[in-house]
Design a protein around this ligand. Structure first.
Ligand code: SF4
Length: 293
């Protein structure tokens, strides 16, 4: 068994809580030249921008639309505003405060999750999140992606693992609940290397882990690399990945909470691996069976 995020949140708030992905329209310093140009080689923000997340739509409205959509789909009345697209701390502090509170001012919103790069936080941002966390449930989600600098360089991530480690420790010193996002099966990483990251993450003050299998998405630099040098990639089948995830979970600190194990990008955007649109729920069944065994 392992701790899953849905149960953790249900227990904490006594009800199902739905995350509503939002797009505040901030760019990314790895795209606009501040840190790099062209972005991470696997990045296509279309894969995680909701249909209502148009940057021209104000945050309060995006939230209303998201809530209306999910309230029909599931019976839920509480929501977490999830600042997901691009780099959600990449603006001046006044703008960040204004945007976060636009979401928090909705009576049905119990808190927020802010996703960002490890090199895009500073003391002022952490102080703001700390202030928000005194009143609202607050998670800072850091895109660590890999624990290996060679990989980070290859995917043009624009930061090192040491920067991620320092960001995690700094954010933890502000008492924030931290989530780390990692991509598995990045080019050049063996199973042994990936499993080692379970120990590395376990030793850091991270409460929640999100793992994703690498997906090669249309229109990305990685699609081109995959076509030109397929031997660089070793992409697992869904069954192989489930075997791997079960080993990963078993190696991780027992109190770690897992929020996700797979990405579910739109089928029409996926170049590889093609898993026939497997859903998170089906994949969780595979993991449970393996862990029980
Ligand atoms: S994955 Fe995130 S950090 Fe990388 S280019 Fe895309 S938005 Fe920027």
């Amino acid at each position: 068994m392992y701790h899953d995020y849905t149960s953790y949140i249900k227990e904490k708030f006594g009800t199902r809580v739905q995350k509503i992905a939002l797009n505040p329209g901030f760019n990314c310093p790895n795209r606009d030249g501040k840190i790099g140009l062209g972005g991470c080689t696997y990045c296509n923000n279309q894969t995680f921008s909701p249909f209502y997340g148009k940057t021209s739509t104000p945050i309060a409205e995006q939230l209303e639309q998201g809530i209306a959509f999910f309230s029909k789909k599931y019976k839920c009345q509480k929501f977490i505003a999830y600042f997901q697209s691009y780099t959600n701390t990449y603006a001046d502090i006044e703008t960040l405060e204004k945007i976060y509170y636009q979401a928090l001012n909705n009576d049905n919103v119990i808190g927020l999750t802010v996703a960002t790069r490890p090199d895009c936080i500073d003391e002022n941002i952490l102080k703001l999140l700390q202030k928000i966390s005194k009143k609202y449930y607050t998670v800072l989600e850091l895109g660590v992606e890999s624990c290996y600098d060679k990989t980070l360089k290859m995917i043009n991530r624009g930061h090192t693992f040491c920067q991620a480690e320092n960001a995690i420790k700094q954010a933890a010193s502000f008492g924030l609940e931290l989530c780390a996002h990692l991509i598995m099966y990045l080019p050049g990483e063996t199973e042994e290397m990936m499993l080692k990251t379970a120990d590395i993450m376990s030793a850091l003050p991270i409460k929640i882990l999100k793992l994703h299998q690498l997906q090669i998405i249309k229109g990305t630099k990685m699609e081109q690399q995959f076509k030109e040098n397929p031997e660089l990639f070793s992409l697992p089948s869904a069954e192989e990945y489930a075997d791997f995830v079960a080993k990963y979970v078993s190696k991780t600190r027992p109190d770690m909470i897992f929020e996700r194990f797979i990405s579910e990008s739109p089928m029409q955007l996926i170049v590889a691996p093609k898993w026939n649109g497997i859903k998170n729920k089906e994949f969780l069944e595979k993991i449970k069976k393996r862990l029980d065994k």
